[in-house]
Design a binder for this molecule. Structure first.
Ligand code: B4P
Length: 186
């Protein structure tokens, strides 16, 4: 079973849903930059105040801020004896992907697989409108899809060039998608 996993895909593909289940069933550290940022917003920290407005607009929070969060979590885990991890929603652009390569090199670790969750825009929109989070109204969702296409989709090529990319059909029941992903990780 692969222990160092990255989930890539458009907003609403179900990265968070699947990552949570897989991390808990396989004892992996689940590192969701979206959840961590929402935690900072809820706690009212300086970092959260900076992130809140950006997230509400459906844009990407600054690379420096996100990288600082990820670096500290991965370093903490490595210092406490290591173990597997699952990165969910990070990296989201080429700058973050390149910074992650440097960070992992420092830690002597490597990504084992990048799971690309693929789903039609119409289904993504439907799922996100159903979730109803603060940043889930139609105009913001459409903007997040544009941001995904412009800034995150180039990572498909980036990881495919490194021989790490595996695509999965993210349509259907949560359990069915989970089985497809588990088959890729064994
Ligand atoms: P995220 O928190 O990463 O969330 P997401 O991409 O919108 O959703 P995800 O794909 O995880 O979908 P989910 O499982 O919830 O990002 C939010 C914001 O944070 C970004 O817009 C950005 O501002 C900021 N951010 C995060 N990371 C960043 C970074 N690295 N750099 C800069 N900014 C960053 O599923 C969606 C819905 O579908 C749920 O309601 C779920 O129940 C449902 N669902 C899931 N699977 C389903 C299935 N198989 N069938 C039916 N429904 C399903």
């Amino acid at each position: 079973m692969k222990q160092r996993v990255l989930f890539l895909g458009p907003p609403g593909a179900g990265k968070g849903t699947q990552a949570q289940q897989l991390a808990s069933s396989h004892a992996l550290l689940h590192l969701s930059t979206g959840d961590l940022l929402r935690g900072e917003v809820a706690a009212g920290t300086a970092l959260g105040q900076e992130a809140a407005a950006v997230m509400a607009r459906g844009e990407l929070v600054s690379d420096a801020l996100v990288l600082a969060i990820v670096r500290s979590r991965l370093e903490q885990q490595a210092a406490s004896g290591g173990g597997g991890w699952l990165l969910d929603g990070f990296p989201r652009n080429l700058t973050q992907a390149e910074a992650l390569e440097g960070l992992l090199e420092d830690l002597g670790q490597q990504i084992e697989v990048v799971v690309l969750m693929e789903l039609d825009d119409a289904v993504l929109l439907q799922r996100l409108l159903g979730r109803g989070r603060e940043d889930d109204n139609e105009a913001v969702i459409r903007h997040r899809l544009e941001v995904y296409r412009d800034q995150t989709a180039p990572l498909i090529r980036f990881y495919s060039d490194r021989g790490l990319l595996q695509s999965v059909d993210a349509s259907g029941e949560v359990e069915t998608v989970g089985q497809r992903i588990a088959a890729l990780l064994d």
